[in-house]
Write a protein of this length. Structure first.
Length: 658
């Protein structure tokens, strides 16, 4: 026993010494363990936060003015500082001389919060504590006073992961918590948080951090870590971070492990599968210049190099967005987050493309981005997208096509060789000579004055009774319209006046609305009284009646008639067969050539003493029916207006119907 006890004691002492040595080694191991850059350079004050001045300034003012709310919600993309902001705010509230934003660096309470040892600042993961039981437990603990600090702060990260029942259980406590409790929530998806929760919190939306600020911050970290990294590599890292500072810092940490103290842009591109800025600029210049071969070759080189095509399309889309902003802002670089090399590339590309072309290219790329993740062959879709983008830069928008068509319609009467003759005067012109040979053609003005009116507008007797024969020297009889002007009749209008008014009305309507004139050409006037203007439409075009007879078109016709001095006239459309010899648009475009004698209309019944005399055309007679024009494809192809329309729409004439 004696020999055994000392030996046992020595063994026990040895065991105790060995245990203390293990503990010492463990502490020394953890003391020298590596800390990643994202944690090592995590902001500890509001002044250290990058790119969120609108939030830090508001919280600092709330502390200085003692207007501290009981619940805050921080919303934003990943890596923008939501949880960091909540921790800094908790340190400001629980600082020894707080609440203050100017707390000491060696404040023990602040250090406890920084190291996660504070009993009064509880960080809860909403994804793993999302049930109603956890919330019930939280409701019980909020009643206890803080251990050492001024406030008990609950920081719930990813709060949108809580269930609906858990949210509802938290409502009452969140609305009226004890005076010593503050809630701080962080989430990336605020739309999943119940509106009843949102209404009880002060919401702060954190933004994506601009590329220039990320580059500047990474440059400071690289200097502290004694790492040399060029600006192109920094911009590549910031571009891949997509506005998240934590992602950028993690990328820099990985690059240092991969490359050591010297980091170049090629290292960043090869590690993350990104395309170089020069390659993106070259691809964009190939699209702008329309160089299909170069664009396809550049894409093939990038695909063979293992570049991520989805990321490449996103970068290309961002480039053309910058180009569009550059064009709209007349080169204002303050609206863009680009390097000097990219700004020079944008200035060069802006010389060969306008706003419309850039926006159409952007539409093509945006459509492809939404489809790229669902396709089985990304390279084929990307190649087709490049071809479409090159074609889109020269495509005309529908608005420009409509404006061009409207311009062509307005220019057609003066520029087209087949344009209709100008509207005749309302008063028929007198002939220069009293006697006209029988074989001489009737003048256009005489033919216009003698054009038959519609059946609903009977000829005044005074006009018909003024016809007097003249047979001297075998001359043909001259109508009364050549000897004396017709007797004016207020209502209804005679055919000559009605046709003149219709032609003038169509011309005025065409200037205001070319499309309305297109449909009205198929119509013809029937009568014009003091109160109503009746317009006929061939039953063959019955389906067009709903397009013509609209309130907008009636108002337009009333306005133009009123401007022409016809007062307030109501417009009425009816389905009616056109008069003999009149096509649907014959009334608006009188035939300038004399009608053949074989097609002369039958003369009206005359008194007995005039029956033996040669008939003379009077204003009451029906018009000479015009011979329908047989138009073929060649006639349309030779028309300048048709040729321009075919060039705009890249069309062909399939059929011509008279």
């Amino acid at each position: 026993m004696r020999t055994y006890e000392p030996r046992q004691g020595r063994n026990a002492a040895t065991v105790v010494c060995s245990a203390s040595a293990v503990v010492t080694l463990a502490f020394s191991f953890f003391a020298v363990s590596y800390q990643v850059i994202a944690r090592k350079y995590r902001p500890q004050r509001f002044a250290d936060v990058v790119g969120q001045d609108h939030v830090t300034q508001t919280l600092a003012n709330a502390i200085s003015q003692n207007r501290i709310a009981h619940a805050y919600l921080f919303v934003g993309p990943r890596g923008t500082g939501k949880t960091t902001m909540a921790r800094i705010f908790a340190k400001c509230l629980n600082a020894t001389n707080g609440p203050t934003i100017d707390f000491s660096d060696d404040d023990p309470r602040c250090n406890e919060i920084t190291e996660g040892r504070s009993l009064d600042v509880l960080e809860i993961d909403g994804a793993s504590n999302r049930g109603i039981e956890e919330v019930r437990e939280l409701r019980e603990t909020v009643q206890y006073a803080p251990a050492t600090s001024r406030f008990k702060v609950y920081i719930i990260d990813e709060v949108h992961m809580l269930t609906k029942e858990a949210f509802n259980a938290l409502l009452k406590t969140l609305e009226e918590p004890p005076a010593h409790v503050k809630f701080m929530f962080a989430t990336t998806e605020a739309e999943k948080v119940l509106p009843t929760i949102l209404s009880r919190c002060q919401r702060f939306d954190l933004r994506r951090i601009p590329t220039t600020l990320i580059v500047k911050h990474l440059s400071l970290i690289a200097g502290k870590e004694n790492v040399q990294i060029d600006d192109a590599a920094l911009y590549a890292v910031a571009r891949g971070a997509d506005g998240g500072m934590r992602d950028a810092e993690s990328t820099l940490d990985q690059l240092i492990s991969f490359c050591g103290s010297q980091i170049a842009e090629s290292d960043v591109l090869s590690m993350f599968g990104l395309a170089a800025r020069d390659q993106i600029n070259g691809l964009a210049q190939a699209i702008v210049s329309g160089d299909v071969t170069r664009a396809i070759r550049l894409l093939d080189d990038l695909a063979r190099g293992g570049k991520d095509l989805s990321r490449l399309l996103t970068d290309l889309l961002a480039h053309f967005r910058n180009l569009l902003v550059f064009i709209v802002s007349n080169g204002d670089l303050g609206l863009l987050e680009v390097s000097e090399a990219e700004a020079a590339s944008l200035a060069q590309e802006a010389k060969g493309v306008d706003f419309q072309a850039a926006s159409q290219i952007l539409d093509v790329l945006t459509d492809a981005e939404s489809r790229l993740s669902y396709t089985s062959s990304k390279k084929i879709l990307f190649e087709v997208t490049l071809l479409k983008a090159i074609q889109a830069r020269q495509a005309l928008s529908i608005d420009s096509v409509l404006n061009r068509l409207q311009q062509l319609r307005s220019e057609a009467p003066s520029s087209s060789p087949t344009a209709p003759a100008p509207a005749p005067s309302l008063t028929p012109a007198r002939p220069a000579a009293a006697n006209v040979a029988p074989s001489a053609p009737v003048s256009a003005s005489a033919r216009t004055a003698g054009t038959a009116h519609s059946p609903s507008a009977p000829t005044p007797p005074a006009v018909a009774s003024t016809a007097t024969p003249n047979h001297s020297h075998g001359a043909a009889p001259i109508s009364a319209s050549h000897q004396a002007p017709p007797v004016s009749s207020p209502t209804p209008q005679v055919a000559g006046d009605l046709d003149s008014i219709w032609v003038s009305l169509l011309e005025q309507v065409g200037k205001a609305s070319p499309f309305a004139k297109t449909y009205l050409i198929e119509a013809f006037p029937i009568s014009l009284t003091a109160n109503t203007f009746t317009i006929g439409l061939d039953p063959e075009f019955q389906d067009h009646l709903t397009l013509i007879d609209t309130a907008k078109n009636r108002t337009l016709l009333q306005t133009k008639l009123h401007e022409a001095g016809h007062g307030q006239v109501q417009i009425k459309f009816v389905l009616k067969e056109p008069p003999v010899g009149r096509a649907s648009s014959a009334a608006s475009e009188p035939d300038p050539s004399p009608a053949p004698p074989s097609q002369a209309a039958p003369q009206p019944t005359r008194p007995t003493h005039e029956a033996s005399k040669a008939p003379s055309p009077t204003p009451a007679e029906k018009p000479v029916p015009a011979k329908p024009l047989a138009l073929g494809k060649d006639d349309f192809k030779n028309d300048p207006l048709i040729r321009q329309a075919l060039e705009i729409f890249k069309g062909t004439i399939v059929d011509v119907r008279n």
